[in-house]
Design a protein around this ligand. Structure first.
Ligand SMILES: O=C(O)CCC(=O)C(=O)O
Length: 250
């Protein structure tokens, strides 16, 4: 892919890159319409955001996000950063409603308790289904913090908002400090995030229990592999000594 070298250069230097307008307005509108059916209540704690709605287990609930999870521009960067058969770790819709406070700053692979500085163990995309502005809760990131050591972490003053038009995505390394922004506008900000991890790590979502086998059978092979119907050679992920995709044939 012609853009990959520049995307990778930015990711390695800054810890993130903004990929503009990867999906069109019609797809964003379709996702918004589908999401209305799925969104319920607010978050359960300040990290989820009491005024933020999240839809988990999206692969069992809608097919409208499949193309975002395995978008070729995203996979090209992941292919260069991680060993083959890297995994989807989790995927969710995040609707930050008007009045929500800023989320605590964090980095996404922090739950793998391996001291920093170190290479990222994963990476994520955060897609702007609504355009991200300076006031509506755009993801706040700390450029170049992916290389930081075991520090107390950044202050909000060190962040910049990922302002980007609808249909764009920010690609960020699992070591980059970031958080959902405060929504000071009078409208909601809908995003979709997909997190990926190295192929030898435990995923956050248990897709084997979440996604019914008939649904998995109908997914394209790339998505089947991403959710774990794949092997980290020689045999991590095996089922009864065989490749896990054999289970879909039976
Ligand atoms: O919604 C966002 O912009 C970021 C959310 C996030 O980083 C998280 O919930 O872990």
């Amino acid at each position: 892919m012609p853009e990959t070298a520049a995307d990778l250069e930015a990711v390695r230097r800054d810890g993130f890159v903004i990929l503009e307008r990867l999906i069109d307005e019609d797809r964003c509108a379709a996702i918004r319409a589908e999401t209305t059916r799925l969104l319920k209540g607010g978050g359960r704690n300040s990290f989820e955001g009491f005024n933020t709605q999240r839809v988990y287990n999206v692969l069992a609930k809608t097919r409208l996000l499949d193309d975002l999870i395995d978008h070729p521009r995203v996979l090209a960067v992941l292919d260069a950063l991680f060993e083959p058969n890297y995994l989807l770790s989790q995927a969710q819709l995040i609707n930050i409603r008007s009045g929500e406070a800023a989320q605590a700053l964090h980095y996404d692979d922090g739950f793998y308790k391996i001291p920093r500085p170190r290479p990222a163990l994963g990476a994520a995309t955060i897609w702007a289904i609504d355009g991200f502005t300076g006031t509506n809760g755009a993801t706040a990131i700390v450029p170049r913090s992916h290389d930081w050591g075991q520090s107390p972490g950044p202050t909000p003053a060190q962040t910049i908002p990922c302002v980007m038009p609808e249909g764009s995505a920010v690609f960020l390394l699992g070591t980059l400090w970031h958080g959902g922004g405060a929504n000071r506008s009078d409208a909601s900000r809908l995003a979709f995030t997909a997190q990926y991890c190295a192929p030898w790590l435990r995923q956050q979502e248990n897709f084997f229990l979440e996604v019914p086998r008939e649904t998995v059978r109908a997914l394209r092979p790339t998505l089947q592999s991403l959710i774990g119907y794949s092997i980290y050679p020689p045999f991590m992920g095996m089922v009864d000594s065989m490749h896990p995709k054999r289970i879909l044939e039976g």
